[in-house]
Design a protein around this ligand. Structure first.
Ligand code: SF4
Length: 480
């Protein structure tokens, strides 16, 4: 794996040089976005559905202890085992414990952002277990030793030639880079893995409290293989992924695929309720539900950011974000990219020094909020994050001084007028076509690729009495 630069700015600068990445991200996100518009129209009043989604998430989070308790009871009633884990390390320990208990040698996985968050694959590989991702995109990035670059399209940044090279490494021979050859190869390889897996690990799109069911939305059918063929199934979920009832699940079933990929429904919706029961022909002998906190309780207690837990991981905010669309997912540096990543990474990691710059990767246009099926005000949260970062004294001293001066000047009419007059005088040698022709110290990032407008020679206050005199109206100084 390549070592990533430390700051968001450095990672973004690197991503901006990758023309293929920018093109691929744009094509895929455009496709998802176009599909979403059509799919949401088929549902009627989309805003009403969004509001229902928001209300369900808000209600569930407000009573999370109750619904988690109900979920745990129902899973146990159906013969499953539940593990509550405070931290990522606890969750990894639990899964590793089950693997050891079962003397498992191989684990097959369906796509799971939570397992990415707790770095499950690395931990299992360190104890000698073979881990195989079975979602095609995840399989590709596992071979490349990379992390997902999109929540629902993890290998969005890879082209066919790169994928053919990765698969050739597994095949031990060159492979043609046409889609048919590549998918046929992956299908054959993964089929062997499905049949030989000792344990299946999945994430959990939603867990239904009233029945103790885990629900998976997939498009490739691998989720069903992973949950039915191995003798043990472990589902790993963030503690917020609960919905109270199947009726609530139905709302999420309308919102998630439409928002994510523009599908009315994913190809497979798999509902698992406990291990195989007598008389059933398939399913695992053991079912484990690993419920992970890993910082979520802290977010739940924080009224400014609680709504970030409403997220249903559809990826719609990524698809519309003008920043994500230029730099892709890896520039965000951790597991979750895009606007939701910029919001939850600093919260989950509780590390402002390392991740406090992520909320600056936004134009605050609020397209993410408009796209979000459960109406999370991501743009507001990004501003709150920035305020926290500033309050913690993490911004450079020059920037702090500049903003202090800005506030002192712009909150006093006399100082403001004087500042304008001074700026007009000082800028004179630099003005060309009403723009400043030279790069300004401290504003290089802006002036490198854009014009910086010069301060107008006459302010609105100067113009107002002149205009009034011309039109014969009562003039005077503009109000202060
Ligand atoms: S924040 Fe909203 S749009 Fe973004 S992934 Fe979560 S649910 Fe989807």
């Amino acid at each position: 794996m390549t070592v990533q630069p430390k700051t968001m700015k450095e990672r973004a600068a690197l991503a901006l040089k990758d023309d293929f990445l920018r093109g691929a991200v744009k094509t895929t996100t455009n496709k998802f976005f176009g599909g979403k518009a059509l799919a949401q129209r088929s549902l009627g009043d989309w805003e009403a559905w969004r509001e229902r989604g928001r209300a369900i998430r808000a209600h569930t989070l407000a009573h999370l202890d109750y619904y988690l308790g109900q979920l745990i009871d129902r899973v146990k009633d159906r013969g499953g085992r539940v593990h509550l884990c405070d931290t990522a390390e606890d969750a990894v320990r639990v899964v590793a414990g089950i693997v050891r208990e079962r003397r498992a040698r191989s684990v097959i996985k369906s796509k799971s952002m939570m397992s990415e968050e707790i770095h499950l694959n690395q931990a299992l590989e360190e104890i000698g277990v073979r881990v195989v991702e079975t979602d095609l995109g995840e399989y590709i990035i596992q071979l490349a030793h990379e992390t997902p670059s999109h929540i629902i399209a993890p290998a969005i940044h890879k082209n066919r030639r790169q994928i053919a090279e990765l698969f050739a490494g597994v095949a031990g021979r060159p492979l043609a880079d046409d889609t048919g050859t590549l998918t046929a190869f992956a299908r054959q390889k993964l089929r062997e893995e499905f049949l030989n897996g000792d344990i299946g690990v999945t994430g959990c799109n939603f867990a239904v409290a009233e029945t103790g069911s885990v629900v998976l939305f997939t498009n490739e059918g691998n989720g069903r293989m992973v949950t039915t063929l191995p003798p043990v199934h472990i589902a790993v979920m963030g503690m917020e992924r609960v919905v109270p009832t199947f009726e609530d699940l139905e709302v999420m079933m309308h919102l998630l695929p439409r928002s994510g990929t523009g599908q009315k429904l994913t190809s497979y919706v798999t509902v698992i309720t406990g291990p195989r029961r007598e008389g059933e022909v398939d399913g695992p002998e053991e079912f484990h539900l690993v419920i992970v906190d890993n910082g979520r309780s802290r977010i739940l207690r924080d009224s400014k950011f609680r709504e970030a837990l409403h997220c249903i991981r559809c990826g719609a905010c990524l698809n519309v974000c003008p920043v994500y669309r230029q730099i892709g997912g890896h520039a965000y540096g951790w597991v979750y990219p895009g606007p939701i990543g910029a919001v939850i990474t600093p919260l989950l990691t509780d590390d402002l020094d390392k991740w406090g710059d992520l909320p600056y990767a936004s134009s605050l246009c609020a397209a993410c909020y408009e796209a979000c099926p459960v109406k999370i005000p991501l743009h507001d949260m990004l501003v709150r994050h920035r305020a926290r970062y500033v309050a913690a004294g993490k911004t450079p001293s020059g920037e702090r001084l500049a903003f202090r001066l800005f506030r002192r000047t712009f909150t006093n009419p006399g100082r403001f007028r004087l500042a304008l007059k001074t700026a007009v005088a000082l800028q004179r040698p630099l003005v060309k076509d009403r723009h400043l022709s030279a790069r300004l110290p401290g504003l290089a990032g802006w002036t490198e690729s854009r014009d910086f407008p010069a301060v107008a020679p006459k302010s609105f206050r100067d113009l107002w009495p002149e205009l009034a005199a011309e039109t014969g109206q009562k003039g005077g100084a503009a109000d202060e």
